[in-house]
Design a protein around this ligand. Structure first.
Ligand code: NAD
Length: 362
């Protein structure tokens, strides 16, 4: 139990921070909150402004009060940030800085992106239906290290040519930390873990591979396979059914998770979690999409990605697998029953889609 849970009449009330953000963020988080409330768990909700909404209300995309709410909570349900009215602001004040600030302040280093094709959505995938049907995996991406955070800059070589450089590195502790999440997740799923690297040419990857291999002795129930990232990208579209949990570094995970998401259908269907430990305390859960200003305020947004993010919150931060499965089954049943927002080829509004999921939950 997180230290921030409060006790009321002997029951432990878990606090969920809702940071709805901008554009369609408030529309989709409202539906996810309805679903969480319908589960009749001991949950308390605390809302706070973030992103462009926070900039206009408080002068900063991540005001200290919002960070306090996030820190106090057992888990954070995040909508999306991004507002075209903020495009001309200096970078530090842009809405998107809020999510980077939250990840850094809360030490969220493990990004989980499940990619699952729900029955009935085969034609939304970029893959052939019989291949798309195999997709049910989680890509686990390290968020705080790798080439994105190494020394970087521009320099001029002896012959006067300008060059850019970005240093790639991982240390053993960083690899162990993310690989632990990967092994633990694999243990709870199908017992297989693919570790993705480029150890044939990169020393960073060789160290990654050595550490993961050594750790596998502690997880005899998990079958570990190493795969080079170029092969993994190819296998992901050729035979995605072979993957269940993939663990990889920041750069490779960035690319592979976007590839996997489009294999699984609409952007409106894909949830994510960012964790700072396997236990999931203080985890942040959000749809992979942004604030979609083109459809904001029109009731066209698909809330399923956020509802499925709430299911991940139940699983990883509240340790309530049964409730998580109930929510996922309700989304699946609603889709099988024909519920479709415009991104899925239907006409339902955001709240009608929420109604359909709630009806399937009862
Ligand atoms: P986007 O994900 O917001 O939208 C891309 C396209 O997908 C749009 O056509 C949009 O209408 C559609 N779409 C997105 N979510 C949908 C949903 N739930 N249902 C139906 N259709 C949906 O990406 P973008 O347009 O590149 O970015 C818009 C803003 O969001 C930008 O300011 C960007 O920086 C921000 N952004 C924020 C996050 C985040 O908060 N984590 C992530 C990505 C982008």
């Amino acid at each position: 139990m997180a230290a921030n849970s409060s006790s009321l009449n002997g029951t432990h009330v878990k606090t969920i921070a809702i940071l709805a953000g901008d554009g369609i963020g408030p529309e989709v988080t409202a539906q996810a909150r309805r679903v969480l409330e319908a589960l009749n768990l001991d949950l308390a909700f605390e809302e706070a402004v973030v992103g462009g909404a926070a900039f206009f209300a408080a002068g900063h995309p991540l005001p200290p009060e919002t960070l306090d709410v996030a820190r106090r909570a057992d888990a954070i349900l995040f909508g999306a940030v991004g507002d075209p009215r903020c495009d001309a602001l200096e970078r530090a004040l842009r809405p998107e800085q809020a999510i980077l600030g939250l990840r850094a302040a809360l030490g969220l280093f493990a990004n989980l992106r499940p990619a699952t094709l729900f029955p009935g959505l085969e034609n939304a995938s970029a893959l052939r239906p019989e291949v798309a049907r195999q997709i049910d995996m989680v890509i686990l991406r390290e968020l705080n290290g790798d080439v994105y955070f190494g020394e970087k800059g521009f320099r001029t070589a002896a012959n006067g040519t300008r060059e850019g450089f970005d240093i790639m590195s991982y240390n053993e502790a960083e690899v162990r930390r993310i690989a632990t999440v990967g092994f633990e997740m694999a243990k709870r799923r199908k017992g297989t873990l693919h570790s993705i690297d480029k150890a044939n040419v990169l020393e960073t990857s060789q160290l990654w591979r050595d550490v993961v291999t050594a750790m596998s002795a502690d997880y005899p129930e998990v079958t570990l396979t190493h795969m080079y990232v170029d092969n993994a990208a190819m296998q992901l579209v050729r035979n995605p059914g072979q993957f269940d949990v993939m663990v990889t570094g920041n750069l490779f995970g960035d690319i592979l998770s976007d590839q996997a998401s489009m294999c699984a259908g609409s952007i409106g269907m894909l949830p994510s979690a960012s964790l700072r430990a396997w236990s999931g305390d203080n985890g942040l859960y959000e749809p992979i999409h942004g604030s979609a200003p083109d459809i904001a305020g029109q009731g066209k947004a698909n809330p399923c990605a956020t509802i499925l993010s709430a299911a991940m919150l139940l699983r990883h931060s509240l340790d309530d697998e049964a409730a998580a499965k109930r929510v996922e089954a309700a989304v699946s049943a609603a889709l099988i029953g024909g519920a479709r927002t415009p991104d899925l080829g239907g006409t339902m509004t955001t709240s009608e889609m929420g109604d359909a999921v709630l009806a399937a939950l009862m």
